[in-house]
Design a protein around this ligand. Sequence first.
Ligand SMILES: NC(=O)c1ccc[n+]([C@@H]2O[C@H](COP(=O)([O-])OP(=O)(O)OC[C@H]3O[C@@H](n4cnc5c(N)ncnc54)[C@H](OP(=O)(O)O)[C@@H]3O)[C@@H](O)[C@H]2O)c1
Length: 268
Amino acid sequence: MEEINTQAKSPDFLKSKLALITGASSGIGLNLARLFAKKGYDLVLVARREGRLEKISDKLKKVYNIECKVIKADLSLAKGLKKLISVLEEQEVVIDLLVNCAGILCVDKAQNIELKNDISLMYTNLISPIELSKYCVRKWAEKERKGSIINISSMAAFCPHPYMATYSASKAGLYHYSLAMAAELRKQCIYILTACPGPTDTDLINKNDLSYPKAKVSEVAYDIIRAYEQKKKVVITNRLYKMLHFISSVIPKLRKIILIAYIMENRD
Ligand SMILES: NC(=O)c1ccc[n+]([C@@H]2O[C@H](COP(=O)([O-])OP(=O)(O)OC[C@H]3O[C@@H](n4cnc5c(N)ncnc54)[C@H](OP(=O)(O)O)[C@@H]3O)[C@@H](O)[C@H]2O)c1
């Protein structure tokens, strides 16, 4: 693996910021990588499909004249997470922005999902983002640096989703963790955005045959970056889903859960 030299640029004011994006090989993560590259961020792209990441990295370097490196890591496993952190340590990567975007979805009756798949989902969607957030926050504190985190939760965090029970539990977990950590760090120069996309046109949802209206992934990424620049604490992406969230707030939660069960049972 190529050395990541993120500390070589000087003087200080010429330094680009460095964003590490997990789940950058497709969907929302890939679109966030493009937008941050366009803004001049250097990037570290993380996912399992190394070949895809290398191609994306080559293109972003050429088009936006940035530094971009790739780390292959399986964040559904403790050893994958450990490997990622040890590469960051060995190569003394100094992260300014962590984007926890890697995620998986399992759609089935809760009782049908095998324990190993529930564990992989929880590790990818919740434990890895928690560990990476703690790693960055400790580093920033040690070095008295500023830093930011974007946690990609979901609108599924707001209400239990039948047939996506583990997924909605993982996203609710990340939503709560992210907001709690942000509040703890409010007096330090560490900013955390909790992003809650609604259904978006990506592999995650298309592979699972969900017939919700889907937002364009480029627009969702744009909404997230805009909220980040405006230093918002939480963002629900896409106007339609923002409106639905607002309207549905008058429906009692237990009714909403049954309504979601009905929609899931009657999807094409
Ligand atoms: N699409 C939606 O409707 C929607 C709505 C709300 C929230 N979200 C959230 O948005 C995030 C991005 O999802 P997406 O919609 O953009 O779907 P996607 O296109 O399937 O992207 C998922 C990304 O996560 C990576 N990933 C999955 N498992 C991983 C693992 N074990 N280790 C490392 N990386 C892994 C994938 O890369 P590799 O396969 O190369 O590892 C890929 O880059 C997820 O956290 C998802 O929950 C999506």
